[in-house]
Design a protein around this ligand. Structure first.
Ligand code: C5P
Length: 223
């Protein structure tokens, strides 16, 4: 049986990019490696949580000791997250595509000599906002991430309010920081208590520190 401060807790984690199909052989994607999400799943499981790890097609393999639910699209990710509820906490580390192709072609789109295809987009559901807004079955603690390149604090604070989540883990992903795709991260945790800037550290250390904060916030399991 699991032991640790999160034993008896159920936590949903989203991770990785999503792939949005154009036709049966093509898709739209983003550069998320899934590294921070995998580190988080690992850290939460390490503290004894039952982790439901909902992951898009990531480069980094999912951690051991979690329940892995593999998805491709944002719509599938949303359905998998809703299926995984109720949970004590939910942490949204996935880089969900903002848009999908409204009507993916059922057959491979052919190259034609005198016309170019056009793609009509539709907005994807915002999983973090939807879970934050649940009236019934909302996890006690909902944590979002905000990767920003400008006005990190102001943008992340506004994002927290807009999405209705409890915490936002904000980070500066300007190319000069080397954070995107790197091993290190430098984050600010924004909550009701204000903004707490953490020193630059490894992504696994960020994950462990965040997991410890989540354990502290949830407190001991009452039986
Ligand atoms: O809006 P933005 O993508 O910057 O928000 C980032 C946060 O929202 C992340 O926690 C991300 O996982 C979550 N998100 C989501 N569903 C979306 C878009 C973002 O859950 N469609």
């Amino acid at each position: 049986l699991a032991s640790g401060p999160l034993a008896g807790r159920r936590i949903v984690v989203t991770s990785g990019p999503t792939h949005e199909p154009i036709d049966p052989v093509r898709y739209i994607a983003n550069r998320s490696s899934g590294a921070q999400g995998a580190a988080l799943g690992d850290a939460l499981a390490g503290l004894g949580a039952e982790v439901i790890f909902v992951t898009g097609p990531a480069e980094v393999p999912p951690p051991k000791g979690v329940k892995v639910v593999k998805v491709d699209t944002a719509a599938e990710m949303r359905a998998a997250v809703m299926d995984a509820l109720p949970a004590d906490a939910a942490v949204f580390a996935a880089a969900v595509a903002d848009w999908r192709v409204e009507q993916p072609a059922t057959g491979k789109i052919k190259k034609t000599p005198d016309s170019l295809p056009t793609l009509q987009f539709a907005e994807n559901p915002d999983i973090l906002a939807d879970v934050s807004a649940l009236r019934e079955g909302r996890p006690g603690l909902v944590v979002g991430f905000a990767a920003e390149t400008d006005d990190v604090l102001a943008n992340a604070t506004a994002k927290r309010a807009r999405k209705g989540c409890d915490w936002i883990v904000a980070n500066d992903v300007s190319p000069a920081t080397g954070i995107m795709g790197g091993q290190e991260n430098m984050v600010t945790l924004i909550s009701d208590d204000g903004a707490d800037a953490w020193p630059r550290m490894g992504k696994d250390q960020v994950a462990r520190k965040l997991a410890a904060k989540i354990a502290e916030a949830l407190g001991p399991v009452s039986r």
